[in-house]
Design a protein around this ligand. Structure first.
Ligand code: ZN
Length: 395
């Protein structure tokens, strides 16, 4: 169901504007009024990098009146493979500087507001407050959670995208109409457990795929047309060239947008993402089994008990057949050990999560509770998806 347009119409289009935006004006869903809405709209693009590049270019070309750009970094040579608003001669300059020039080349009537800073809990609300929509092109978890919470507190839609290697995800988080990022991803991954594009690489053009979906969703929200990506998570695999649309739901217990929120102001997001539990970052410690080894074990006459410690939303995205769902919290409070599935202490147990951090903690807790043959699935379900069952989406 379309939502009401976020942007109100601005000044009537003059003749040059009608000419420039003629292909929009021809669309019954946009028309003159829609184009006037765009010209009055204010969109904040956080990150003038891979996702921000196509988003800025298309939002500028579309005639969004004001574009804010947040970035504190300078252009590096390794950015040029995908960050198409920057060029060779921009290396060493602030990204916001070259973003301003790129937008001006495309559409000089667009006002660009530079925010040469790193968003944190001290400045985010102030920066976001003046914008209609926030387009998230960040590449790190603290800023993502920060943007989510700030958008929830301010009642703004958070058009989020994420890319890694050949995979992309995109959604619109908007607590007033659907889930927020935290509803679906309640806890950040252990520090270091999820490799960044800097570590694992990314296909450059994937930025265009995902960033332009974000720009499309932003325009739809501003215009109030079509079916917004609220409550749906698109998962894209560029190698298989597939798109999966997963339904994602609001969590009534969400700490920021749920029925009794406990996060009512911005917190320290570096700390939030850094304190994922003692030892959680040391996922490589302790006894482990690889995904291909697990596949063999599961196919044997005496398969181990496979325990998935993730929540239901994550399990819905990718899972290993036969796994029993016992949440990490149940290991933490000890209730897991009262479950029937864990009654036989002699049986081999393999514990899994997304990448191996949370399951490492559950493995330790199980060993402390007297289970002797408990091992952690190295690399989690993502390793399984990568090495055993590539038909499932990575997330
Ligand atoms: Zn939420």
């Amino acid at each position: 169901m379309p939502l009401p347009p976020i942007a109100s119409p601005g000044r009537p289009l003059d003749r040059p504007a009608v000419e420039r935006y003629a292909r929009h004006v021809l669309l019954p869903q946009v028309g003159r009024t829609g184009q006037e809405r765009l010209s009055a709209a204010r969109v904040l693009v956080v990150g003038a990098g891979g996702l921000g590049s196509p988003a800025l270019l298309y939002l500028a070309a579309a005639g969004v009146g004001t574009l804010g750009v947040v970035d504190a970094d300078v252009v590096e040579t390794s950015n040029l493979q995908r960050q198409v608003i920057h060029s060779d001669s921009d290396v060493g300059r602030l990204k916001t500087e070259s973003a301003v020039e790129a937008v001006a080349r495309v559409n000089p009537s667009v006002a660009v507001v530079r925010h040469d800073l790193r968003l944190d809990s001290s400045n985010a609300l102030e920066v976001l407050r003046d914008y209609d929509v926030v387009l998230d092109g960040t590449d790190n978890f603290p800023t993502r959670y920060l943007l989510n919470d700030a958008c929830v507190l301010l009642g703004k839609p958070h058009v989020w995208g994420s890319i890694y290697r050949f995979d992309g995800q995109v959604s619109v988080w908007w607590a007033e109409h659907g889930p927020c990022y935290r509803c679906v991803f309640p806890t950040p991954p252990p520090p270091g457990a999820v490799p960044s594009c800097a570590e694992g690489g990314v296909l450059g053009v994937l930025c265009a795929t995902i960033g332009s979906v974000q720009a499309t969703e932003t325009l739809k929200l501003l215009l109030g047309i079509g079916e917004p990506l609220v409550g749906r998570l698109l998962v894209h695999d560029a190698l298989a060239m597939t798109w999966d649309a997963l339904t994602v739901r609001k969590d009534p217990g969400c700490p920021v947008c749920g029925e009794s929120p406990t996060v009512t102001s911005l917190v320290d997001y570096d700390e939030f993402c850094g304190v994922a539990g003692p030892g959680d970052g040391a996922a490589a410690d302790g006894p482990r089994v690889s995904a291909p080894e697990l596949a063999v074990e599961l196919g044997s006459d005496a398969p181990p008990l496979l325990v998935d410690v993730r929540g239901p939303d994550e399990r819905a995205i990718a899972s290993i057949p036969g796994a029993v769902a016992i949440h990490l919290d149940e290991f933490r409070d000890g209730s897991a050990f009262a479950r029937d599935e864990l009654a036989a202490r002699g049986r081999r147990i393999v514990v899994m999560c997304k990448v191996g951090g949370r399951s490492a903690e559950a493995t330790r807790l199980a060993r402390a509770a007297g289970y002797t043959d408990v091992v952690n699935l190295d690399g989690g379900v993502l390793a399984w998806v990568r090495e055993v069952d590539p038909t499932q989406p990575a997330y």
